[in-house]
Write a new protein. Structure first.
Length: 226
């Protein structure tokens, strides 16, 4: 895989609570320079990032129900709709983890469907990635979560927020990939800090990488190709 191809599998991410407009400007300039798939920013910065990326092929991704997933479904849907209206092309939403662990698969599927229906009504090209926070789930719960997303029509199952007790692991990425087959994508996120880890995640089944170390990863990829 070339560095250019790798960059197109990366969501260049900045979700710190201390994020400033200057930080977002820098993030977007890096995204344009290296050709990342999207920038992933807090909802309040979606329209600002969209402006910085004017005439760029880089999309804007944002997070909903982040990082705990405990907002009401209507709130998640409303926030997602507003994000798309402001220029987000991709939404990463956190499921209600407690509902999943309580065996309420229908609840989980319904909230995913509600968010998906809302964003597609605004933009038919919208992408929905669904965060399940793998570090808080056992193996069967991870499989059930992935299948809920698939049944509900989500486009990706995403491992982690990066704000809980752990991030993506190769074992979890491979488990999720095997659970959904080739029907939907797998986004590995949380703790991916170097090229070798990113490459291993892709080999395990990830079709998208979420990381704040995107520039370092691409630079390492260039170095490996020399």
């Amino acid at each position: 895989m070339t560095a250019v191809e790798l960059a197109q599998q990366i969501d260049h991410t900045l979700l710190k609570p201390t994020t400033t407009i200057t930080d977002i400007a820098k993030l977007c300039e890096e995204a344009k320079m290296y050709g990342f798939k999207t920038v992933c920013v807090p909802p309040v910065f979606v329209n600002i990032a969209k402006g910085f990326l004017h005439e760029s092929l880089c999309g804007v991704c944002t997070v909903i129900g982040f990082p705990l997933g405990i907002d009401m479904p209507d709130v998640k849907a409303l926030a997602a709709r507003e994000a798309v209206r402001r220029g987000a092309s991709e939404i990463d939403m956190v499921i209600n983890i407690g509902a999943l662990k309580s065996g309420q698969s229908n609840y989980v599927q319904d909230e995913i469907k509600r968010v998906l229906k809302t964003i597609l009504a605004e933009n038919k090209q919208s992408i929905l990635k669904v965060i399940i926070e793998t570090c808080l789930l056992n193996e069967q719960e991870k499989i059930r979560a992935a299948r809920c997303i698939q049944k509900a029509g989500g486009h990706f199952v995403k491992t982690s927020t990066g704000f809980s007790t752990g991030g993506a692991t190769l074992e979890d990425v491979n488990l999720l990939f095997n659970a959904v087959g080739h029907q939907i994508g797998v986004k590995a996120s949380g703790g991916i800090r170097d090229y070798e880890t990113a490459k291993a995640m892709i080999a395990a089944g990830a079709t998208r990488i979420g990381t704040s170390r995107s520039v370092e990863i691409i630079k390492q990829s260039f170095e490996k190709s020399l």
